[in-house]
Design a protein around this ligand. Structure first.
Ligand code: PXP
Length: 236
């Protein structure tokens, strides 16, 4: 199973001071050096983390695979076709949410979605749809023209709090098996972390996981001791 690293929250941290550091492009290059198979970023409508210039710089720098998460809007369509990431992942987006809250409602947007996806295949850009792990959504994703589905693991992650992940894990496993059986490639993501990732090794249909927050949060603590020591050595 491959790892795609989402570097949005490097930009969140940078934006907190409105300065240049930490640089999401430097983070992307480091993640690639360490074995990440792809870099993911979400250009949100409100640009709260990744900004247009970041996306352009990421496109220049990333040599593995750039996955642009985006909402189904005309503005993002134009940006994506100009930027030419290897992959786009279509996600529902609400301004007021803290992070993406669930899978794309394909049934509701089916006709528009099918038209929306056409230019991507013409440009050789693969399309992934972020969906809930259920059969109906998988069928609709294929009919709409997706190459891949990203199964939403957010509910699985939430169930960790109640120690009751098994039913949701089973739902993910079944959706993955079904998607693969009808010719879709399968990835998974949202809320995955160092405690809950283990069972995904046992789902061979899932070829990649997309992880952001847990890795960036962990990096603060795996890197903080060295950062403090370095500063001390400069001032003492
Ligand atoms: N996959 C999708 C479609 C997402 O929207 C996100 C969050 O940006 C992720 C994966 C990564 O989620 P997390 O930051 O919880 O690892």
């Amino acid at each position: 199973m491959r790892l795609a690293v989402n570097i949005d929250h490097i930009a969140t941290l940078r934006n907190a001071r409105g300065e240049q550091e930490p640089d999401p492009v430097a983070a992307a290059l480091l993640a690639e050096q360490c074995g990440a198979a792809g870099i993911v970023c979400h250009l949100r409508e409100d640009r709260r983390h990744i900004k247009d210039l970041d996306l352009a710089r990421l496109r220049e720098a990333v040599t593995t695979k750039l996955d642009l998460e985006m909402a189904m809007t005309g503005e993002l369509l134009e940006i994506a076709l100009k930027t030419k990431p290897e992959l786009i992942t279509l996600v529902p987006e609400k301004r007021e949410e803290l992070t993406t809250e669930g899978g794309f409602d394909i049934a509701r947007h089916f006709a528009v979605l099918r038209e929306f996806l056409k230019p991507f295949s013409a440009e050789g850009i693969e399309v992934s749809l972020f969906i809930e792990p259920d059969k109906k959504a998988v069928d609709l994703a294929r009919e709409a023209g997706a190459d891949l589905v990203e199964l939403h693991t957010g509910l699985y992650a939430q169930k960790e709090l109640d120690n009751n992940t098994a039913p949701e894990l089973q739902r993910i496993r079944e959706a993955a098996t079904y998607a693969k059986s009808i010719g879709l490639r399968v990835v998974a993501g949202h809320g995955l972390n160092y405690r809950n990732i283990g069972p995904f090794r046992e789902i061979p249909e899932i070829e990649e996981v997309s992880i952001g927050h847990a890795i960036i949060a962990r990096a603060v603590f795996t890197g903080l001791d060295e950062a403090v020591r370095e500063m001390l050595s400069l001032i003492q």
